[in-house]
Design a protein around this ligand. Structure first.
Ligand SMILES: *Cc1c(COP(=O)(O)O)cnc(C)c1O
Length: 382
């Protein structure tokens, strides 16, 4: 605040550089939210009526709503037991109208990106891709844009999210692992025949009214004249937000992720040998989570019993959550004709899920309070 510069400027650029180094990608553009970032890329790729975008049925509404904003069709597919969109279901959903796939790293666990990237590059799938503009022709295949709102810092085969797909979008919303109050970032990692610097500049302009100079550039002596090249959007990150991000990213690996891991491990230790519970995966040979959501499941429960268990937990003054109510159960998507019966694994995961609290300031003692409350609630209900 005291620096005298509060909107997009040196801190936003510095935060972008930190993210470039952290993720190991050529360029990062910070924006006002993940939702804005996802939509900006869909618009850049020219997504519109007649186009199909594959999304999981198990996600937050932001993943699909941006597709609707563009006038395109979200093609929802079922997920696997690990909550993640499955490569097989993606393959089955691809048509000549498919332009983009948006995998979501639910809970912070990366999707099977080698398989997903392999599918979009298969000759038969490339052959049926139907480009309708220059950008789509330049890529020559379906775009993979990962919704990594949960998974900053997660790893897949020793690479971090951001570097796993063409485009990756992070969220820095207040509930996410790293927050700037509100904010998001777009990692640009397209094939080498795309000029990352030129694309960064184009998207920068596109996120700021299509105006050729930002507010900071215009303050330079004699530099007042500007032009507007397209009907752009207004979704730039402010320096106030980036200033928070700069502090958070420096303590992200060593403090935030380490603490979150400890909390995950404590929950797993408490529930892994009790067959009433199904514990979530957060570390395998290939994948390490960012420990965003601890998605505990009850083994033997339907939705009503799960809800009753949650009420019993709340009765003990412990607050838990459900991630997420599947999109086909929400009015917006029901009205569009989506039917939860087409997504049995999504529904089964949801109906047994309880997200336990995970945050940096949660103490070991509070973790034990949560564990005791969950055990007591399940004793009473199951
Ligand atoms: C939070 C979230 C978003 C949206 O992030 P914003 O920064 O609030 O726009 C998108 N996708 C998923 C899966 C999320 O959880």
């Amino acid at each position: 605040m005291k620096s005298g510069w509060i909107t997009t400027g040196p801190r936003t650029k510095a935060f972008e550089q930190k993210l470039v180094a952290y993720c190991g990608v050529p360029r990062v553009l910070c924006v006002s939210s993940a939702s804005a970032g996802l939509e900006l890329i869909l618009r850049w790729f020219g997504i519109g009526p007649g186009d199909e975008v594959i999304v999981p049925a198990y996600t937050y509404t932001a993943t699909a709503e941006v597709v609707l904003h563009c006038g395109a069709k979200p093609v929802m597919v079922d997920v696997g037991d690990d909550f993640l969109i499955t490569p097989d279901n993606i393959r089955k959903a691809i048509t000549p109208n498919t332009k983009v796939i948006i995998p979501v790293d639910i809970a912070g666990f990366p999707c099977d990106y080698d398989d997903i990237n392999r599918i979009v590059n298969e000759p038969s799938i490339r052959d049926q891709f139907h480009p309708t503009n220059d950008v789509q022709r330049q890529l020559g295949r379906i775009l993979v844009m990962s919704d990594a709102a949960h998974s900053l810092g997660a790893r897949y085969k020793n690479r971090r999210t951001g570097a796993l797909t063409d485009i990756t979008v992070f969220s820095f919303h207040a509930v996410k692992n790293l927050t700037t109050a509100e904010g998001g970032a777009i990692c640009l990692n397209l094939p080498e025949h795309f000029d990352a610097d030129a694309l960064y500049r184009e998207l920068c302009t596109f996120s700021l009214h299509g105006q050729s100079k930002d507010a900071l550039a215009k303050t330079k002596p004699g530099n007042w004249r500007y032009d507007v090249t397209c009907a752009g959007y207004k979704c730039n990150m402010t320096d106030v937000a980036a200033a928070i991000g700069l502090i958070e990213i420096d303590r992200y690996d060593d403090l935030i992720l380490q603490r979150r891991r400890k909390i995950f491990e404590a929950y797993t230790q408490a529930f892994k040998d009790d067959n009433r519970f199904q514990i979530p995966e957060f570390e395998t040979l290939d994948k390490t989570s960012s420990f965003h959501v601890y998605a505990l499941r009850l083994r033997q429960a339907d939705e009503a019993r799960r809800d009753a268990v949650i009420q019993r937990i709340f009765d003990q003054e412990v607050s838990v959550n459900v991630h997420f109510i599947p999109l086909p159960l929400l009015i917006c998507y029901k009205k569009l004709g989506y039917d939860i019966r087409n997504y049995p694994v999504t529904y089964d995961n949801y109906s047994r899920e309880i997200s336990l609290p995970v945050y940096y300031d949660l103490t070991d003692e509070q973790v034990q309070t949560v564990i005791a409350a969950v055990n007591r609630a399940v004793d009473l209900e199951c």
